[in-house]
Ligand binder design. Structure first.
Ligand code: MTE
Ligand code: LUZ
Ligand code: MOS
Length: 824
């Protein structure tokens, strides 16, 4: 739609009083708060959205590939790259010795070599890079890394499991310990106690666009890097350090990612570094695109965790004291593990008041990929163990887990201090839960399940409700800042640039809506350009769900600066005060005069008013003492709850989510359509983590599940037939942009309800022993059968009737009709 065909707009000094504001888009709904489609939705669907590999290649572009370690831990005895250099199409082969500056791409501790030097620390670690005339030839040459005459190793003993690392106190960072009150005494004195262990697997981010960087040498010793990254400023910085250049010679640009999910917060760096190094050494543009298997083998994932817990509680299940130890698999280097572990510590409480508590988090050093950010950033790993504990407590007391959860909910004005000392001031857990219980008919359905399970010997149904409270802000306070640049052109069209990156989550759409809202313009008058370190400097990663909060505020700040200038001009021209000037429906109204925005902007230009501005935002209130693990790390909290119902086949371990009801607090939503998509996507992604996605390493530390053939992410067919997702209307108590709330990560934790519903169904299969209900995550069919086996072994009536992996002779006596029941 070309609404600028209106000739009046280009002659703004004429007839400015007579223009009908309707010409400027009155028909369009106000942009802020509207469920508008993602700015790139059409392009995503048509395939026109440009990702890095779609950028037309410059003449002379070369392609890089990485030669990977074949040992989990070994000394590099010799590197003889002659055969690789002689391979067809190869232009250059690079190793650590070719790096002019710092050989590091680690974000915090600088313990991540770009190319291994002396020692390899995990199987899959890049040892050398090949630059060749095509992607295929580069990969073929890089595959020579597997032969002994190219890289000779002296294998060393690797540490491959969390348990082993923990026993050796082999950590990448010192343990974190947060203690409040007297947990040991309170547990010892409590009427009831439980203690247990639990484990949860890791998770591959599985962004659809894999890691990729395209580096282009520029004039006067510059380097431009197109990187699929959540953190362009850090890419700029690590590349500058690698090349030993000042930062102003390096620019990093990212139009969009095909997903990041945390996996491109720090770990896009290795790819950006290698592409830049290769471009420097060859003088050609160089592209490095990791093939899916290599991406799996090289990059870190969500931290898997092993837990030990202990709790004391009263007859109602109210927690009197609790102790939790979370042993996280950091992998071979620190990466972001310290901040991940800190967020885990700060989410053990989830929705519950813990008067006396000790929380310990260990960042275990293993010879595996260096684990990193993944949606939730340790929060899910922290909160999950609390939900598992409360579930166990409910079983012990033979109560509905919902009741045990509710007696432990944070209070309002009392029982409202988190273990880390922050008061929960915006608690909506109780009304949100009540709303969801009613809409999901939880009580009725729970009662119906009992009847169903009594009549159904093989298929068992289970149901669970879990809440979430998720802290919003980077838990490293200085990262909570953002910048933006807003240009208003003479025709009244607006271009926004901000420090956030678009990974599908819709930050560009939301920021455009904020700017459109500030000027009273329809959304199509505002365009967002690619993230670029040359436009906004020193940005934080788009992470911690804060993308729209931070960049929305920064862009709003810039837009309001321009609007204030325009308002002053309008008051000077037409009378009244600047405060009385309105920007609505594509028009500027002052003292009874209404002028089309575009016309007024042209006037402002002629009057030499600056029509562009920067903007900045720093989140107020946040502070953190990393020594005591106390402070006010979060500006506010986001809340939600979900009810999930599953049916489990107790003979095969197969299961299905039959219905999920989700209610999530996105504050006053800037864009309810996008927020609904985030809630649905996060829930399903969380379900994948806890059920089908299993990372499995062989005894020599080789990741065996490195492609979709062996690593099962949810498909559209795994979404439940009944999926009732709603946003909970709850204006943010803090003055965030539009009173909205961050939504990217928190709903991932709602998938706990799926896991606990499976546990509920397993408990129903062996009611006599259901108190134990052991089940590890992910709850694969194998894990479900193992849990059933363990329960049957405990059951006085069913001992020896185990089904898992045995012949039919071992099956429990089941009527033939029941055996033919199908899960769907
Ligand atoms: N949604 C899509 N479609 N793709 C993604 O990669 N990443 C998630 C979430 N939602 C992601 C996503 C993660 S890990 C975060 S931290 C937030 O989006 C980041 O974006 P935001 O801060 O703008 O919400
Ligand atoms: N803290 C946090 C961080 O809470 N979330 C993040 O994504 C993050 N990233 C880097 C450092 N701290
Ligand atoms: Mo998200 S894990 O904070 O990138």
């Amino acid at each position: 739609m070309n609404r600028r065909s209106d000739p009046i707009a280009t002659h703004a000094t004429q007839s400015i009083h007579s223009t009908d504001p309707a010409r400027e888009g009155v028909a369009a709904p106000p942009a802020l708060g509207a469920p508008l489609p993602h700015e790139s939705a059409d392009l995503h669907v048509s395939g026109e959205a440009r990702y890095i590999d779609d950028i037309p290649e410059l003449h002379g572009t070369l392609h890089a590939a990485l030669g990977l370690s074949r040992h989990a831990r070994a000394r590099i005895v010799s590197l003889d790259l002659r055969r690789v250099r002689e391979a067809p199409g190869v232009i250059a082969v690079l190793s650590a010795a070719d790096i002019p500056g710092e050989n590091n791409c680690g974000p915090v501790l600088h313990d991540d070599p770009v190319l291994a030097h002396d020692e390899v620390q995990y199987l899959g670690q890049p040892v050398f890079a090949v630059v060749a005339t095509s992607h295929d030839l580069a990969r073929r040459a890089a595959a020579l890394a597997a032969s002994d005459d190219v890289v000779r190793y002296e294998p060393l003993e690797p540490v491959l499991s969390v348990a082993e690392a923990k026993a050796m106190q082999h950590y990448v960072l010192p343990p974190l310990r947060l203690t409040r009150g007297k947990p040991a005494q309170r547990i010892a004195a409590a009427p009831h106690r439980i203690a247990g262990t639990f484990e949860v697997g890791g998770q591959e981010q599985f962004y659809l666009e894999g890691q990729i960087a395209y580096a282009l040498p520029q004039e006067q010793g510059g380097m431009l890097i197109h990187s699929s990254t959540q953190h362009p400023s850090e890419m700029q910085q690590v590349v500058a350090h690698l090349l030993d250049w000042p930062a102003h010679r390096v620019a990093c640009e990212c139009r969009r990612m095909g997903g990041g999910f945390g996996g491109k917060e720090s770990q896009s760096a290795l790819f950006a570094c290698v592409a830049a190094l290769a471009a420097l050494k060859t003088g050609h543009p160089v592209k490095l695109r990791a093939d899916r298997d290599d991406d799996f083998m090289i990059t870190g994932k969500r931290h898997d965790a092993e837990y030990e817990y202990e709790a004391g509680f009263d007859d109602d299940g109210r927690l009197l004291g609790a102790r939790v130890e979370i042993a996280l698999r950091a992998g071979y280097s620190a990466d972001l593990s310290g901040a991940v572990a800190t967020r885990a510590v700060c989410h053990v409480d989830n929705a519950y008041y813990l008067s006396d508590v000790e929380i310990v988090a260990l960042c275990c050093k293993t010879n595996t990929q260096s684990n990193t950010a993944f949606r939730g950033f340790g929060g899910p790993q922290g909160a999950l163990v609390m939900e598992v504990m409360l579930d166990a407590i409910a079983r012990r007391l033979n109560r509905d887990p919902l009741d045990v959860r509710r007696v432990n909910y944070y209070g309002i004005g009392e029982r409202d201090v988190t273990p880390y000392g922050q008061h929960v001031e915006d608690n909506v857990l109780a009304p949100l839960t009540d709303d969801l219980l009613a809409s999901s008919r939880y009580a009725e359905r729970r009662a119906a399940l009992v009847d169903y399970n009594r009549a159904s010997p093989v298929l068992k149904r289970g149901i669970a409700i879990t809440p979430v409270k998720f802290g919003i802000s980077f838990n490293v306070p200085h990262l909570n800042q953002a910048g933006a640049l807003v240009h208003v052109y003479r025709d009244g069209s607006v271009l926004v640039n901000h420090g956030g990156t678009e990974m599908g989550q819709g930050v560009n759409t939301k920021v455009a809506q904020v700017v459109a809202g500030a000027f009273g313009l329809p959304l199509e008058r505002v365009r967002v350009s690619a993230t670029d370190t040359a436009k906004v400097a020193n940005t934080s990663a788009t992470a911690a769900s804060t993308g729209s909060d931070l960049n929305g505020k920064a862009a709003e700040d810039a837009a309001l600066t321009i609007r204030n200038r325009l308002a002053s001009l309008a008051a000077a021209e037409y009378g009244g005060t600047p405060d009385g000037v309105a920007f609505e429906n594509g028009a500027v109204r002052a003292n009874g005069v209404s002028i089309a925005f575009a016309q007024f902007v042209e006037l402002a230009y002629l009057k030499r008013v600056q029509l562009w501005s920067d903007g900045f935002y720093a989140t107020p209130k946040v502070h953190w003492d990393a020594r005591t693990l106390t402070g006010h790390p979060f500006y506010y909290f986001a809340y939600g709850a979900a009810v999930s119902e599953v049916v489990v086949d107790t003979l095969t371990g197969e299961w299905k989510l039959v219905r999920a009801d989700v209610l999530h607090d996105a504050g006053r939503s800037i864009n309810p359509a996008i927020d609904m998509g985030q809630v649905e996507g996060a829930f399903i992604q969380g379900m994948g983590w806890l059920t089908t996605e299993e990372l499995w390493w062989s005894n020599d530390g080789r990741l065996m599940t490195h492609a979709p053939s062996t690593y099962k992410i949810p498909a559209i067919s795994d979404t439940p037939a009944a999926f009732n997702v709603r946003l909970y209307r709850n204006d943010n108590a803090e003055p965030t942009v539009f009173r909205s709330k961050a939504v990217g990560e928190p709903p991932l934790l709602l998938a706990f309800s799926v896991f606990l519903a499976i546990r509920d169904a397993i408990g129903a299969a062996v009611p006599e022993a259901r108190e134990a209900a052991p089940l590890r995550a992910p709850a694969t069919p194998e894990a479900i059968l193992d849990a059933l086996d363990a329960l049957r072994a405990l059951s006085p009536t069913q001992a020896g009737t185990s089904a898992a992996g045995r012949g039919h002779a071992d099956l429990p006596a089941v009527p033939a009709a029941a055996r033919n029941q199908k899960v769907d």
